[in-house]
Design a protein around this ligand. Sequence first.
Ligand SMILES: Cc1cc2nc3c(=O)[nH]c(=O)nc-3n(C[C@H](O)[C@H](O)[C@H](O)COP(=O)(O)O)c2cc1C
Ligand code: SF4
Ligand code: SF4
Length: 257
Amino acid sequence: MVFYFTGTGNSLYAAKQLDNERYSIPQMLREKNLSYTAEKIGVVCPVYGHEMPGMVKKFLKKAVFDTDYFYIILTYGNRHGGAALLAERFCKSIGKKPAYINTLLMADNFLPAFDMTEQLMEDKHIEEQLARIKADIEKQVSHIQKAGKQDLEIHKAYLAWVKGAPETVWADYVITEKCIGCGICTRICPAGCIHLENQHAVNTGKGCQACFACVHACPETAIQFGDIPLKEPNPDARYRNPHITLTELVRSNDQAH
Ligand SMILES: Cc1cc2nc3c(=O)[nH]c(=O)nc-3n(C[C@H](O)[C@H](O)[C@H](O)COP(=O)(O)O)c2cc1C
Ligand code: SF4
Ligand code: SF4
């Protein structure tokens, strides 16, 4: 049994390689009973600022796992900044003890810093990493990925930088006149914070996870960043994991149906 959170499909792709019994965290959070029993229970999600998304933390706080083996896989695109250690600390703070936490380097969907055309071309040896992780999980290996001195310094510097910024620093979106009212963003948003008004998307921002799913999936590139600290290197390029369909992302995240 594996639970996943995904904005652009990387974490769903990884979850698909690890277990056939998969559940989307944004959908599970709509359920009343969050008690699960399985021989192995996993969580796969991206890291945002080296940490798990808010919705994943919320799920982990609420969920009750009855399992012999609890593992977490954290997908990231550039620097994990000691993400496994940070996830372990978080789990400890809520009384959970994963046996295994590892990171998985994939395409970086962080638009303010990366050109998606380049990310799509870069070979990050994903299949080799996944094969190793899969073998570990099959053997129920106990291992929490260590954080190096450099990882911790990167995270410390990030925390110092982000301290003065608003919590929604990356979630400042402008929906331009290019919007054709197709509604894709309203259904791909795991927080359900976008709706249509007069055939134009409106983002309330309420509960936004800054997952960038809406920005990446808009077929008109009508969703652009507003006043964020970095400028996009390529505002025309967008990303979806090449093995994942738009329908799969909508099914994973849609809060309206
Ligand atoms: C708001 C935001 C913050 C991110 N922060 C990090 C980060 O700190 N380090 C990193 O290596 N990648 C970071 N990324 C990249 C994602 O973790 C990575 O692309 C991930 O695989 C996306 O997973 P998904 O396709 O399942 O949404 C960030 C992405 C977003 C949208
Ligand atoms: S996905 Fe883009 S075009 Fe479609 S409704 Fe949303 S903003 Fe408008
Ligand atoms: S508004 Fe966009 S970035 Fe925010 S949670 Fe919804 S899909 Fe993700």
